[in-house]
Design a binder for this molecule. Structure first.
Ligand code: ATP
Ligand code: MG
Length: 296
């Protein structure tokens, strides 16, 4: 964790959250990488900058669908005493929101836990799907498939839309579904034009003064499945745009997916770093070198 001179609130696998006062949060994205929910020992250079720069791009690009929580990514805007230059490029100063108790997953392709459920039961989050779909197939249309956040260490639970209605009330649940689908469509269309399939993603929405806002990180490789469009082949598991070098290594080892993780060799770290950078540059058309901070 970084030395940030603000009250520390929590740390996830990748990010550390601080109280920036005035109903604001500071989210610091580290270079930590998790695979199979285990954090690797080696940092991935530039990963925190990529996640931050990419989220900032999307908050801007998607603002007319729903406003975002992002206030600033500039170290200068931090409170007195917290302006550590080492944080440049990796911070989001955000409005604190009352987070909704559902995670807003949207799926455009059949992958991961949704594929496993479909193969077993023919359903996705309890809702029947057409027969004969293959792994990674594009769904007839993107679907809103919420989940509820599990306790630490547990996996999130996929739930039906009716369960989301129980948790949020019908009106808010429908608004959240419509906003999530609109966000996904906009993002996935943009990415597809640049050779990246966003197979599925998780949005987190909250309320600020009663208004819906887009919070957390947005359409990053950490919150989404990014696939290179030219490697997508229905009936197979497509390579992950960002984590494939790590996946390939881990698949070649006899590791039981519990800590401690195996060491990542330098070439795997470098290849993964390059993938994150490429995802950012392809999606945004921008150069990561123009984003604040420098490679760690
Ligand atoms: P994981 O590493 O598995 O993602 P995690 O979700 O606990 O674990 P983070 O993603 O780093 O770790 O945590 C970010 C937390 O901050 C989440 O609980 C998220 O819901 C919350 N959050 C994001 N944006 C806001 C916001 N604007 N206001 C309040 N809470 C927020
Ligand atoms: Mg999280």
């Amino acid at each position: 964790m970084d030395q940030v001179l603000l009250p520390h609130l929590s740390s996830g696998k990748v990010r550390d959250i601080y109280d920036a006062g005035d109903d604001r949060l500071l989210m610091v994205a580290s270079d930590r990488l998790s695979a199979f929910d285990v954090v690797m020992a080696e940092p991935i250079p530039d990963k925190g900058r990529v996640l931050t720069a990419m989220s900032a791009f999307w908050f801007d690009h998607l603002a007319d669908v729903v406003p975002g929580h992002l206030i600033s990514t500039e170290v200068e805007d931090l409170p007195d005493g917290a302006r550590d230059p080492g944080l440049a490029g990796r911070i989001m100063l955000c409005r604190r929101a009352e987070m909704l108790p559902v995670e807003c997953i949207v799926r455009g392709h059949l992958a991961g836990s949704a594929w496993r459920e479909y193969r077993r039961d023919g359903t996705m989050h309890g809702t029947p799907l057409p027969e004969g779909l293959r792994e990674s197939d594009r769904l007839p249309e993107p679907l809103f498939t919420p989940s509820t956040k599990a306790e630490v260490g547990d996996h999130d639970e996929n739930v039906s839309f009716d369960r989301a209605v129980d948790l949020l009330g019908r009106e808010l649940a429908e608004q959240v579904r419509d906003v999530s689908l609109a966000l996904y469509r906009r993002g996935a269309e943009w990415a597809a034009e640049r050779g990246i399939i966003i197979a599925d993603t998780k949005f987190e929405l909250g309320l600020v003064e009663g208004e819906l806002v887009l919070a957390d990180e947005v359409l990053t490789p950490d919150s989404s499945r990014f696939w290179p469009a030219d490697a997508w082949e229905p009936g197979t598991t497509p390579p992950s745009f960002d984590k494939q070098p790590v996946r390939d290594l881990l698949d070649s080892l006899d590791w039981d997916k519990t800590p401690p993780p195996p060491a990542l060799p330098d070439d795997v770290v470098a290849a993964t770093s390059a993938r994150y950078r490429e995802a950012y540059e392809r999606l945004t058309g921008l150069d990561l070198d123009d984003w604040p901070g420098s490679s760690s």
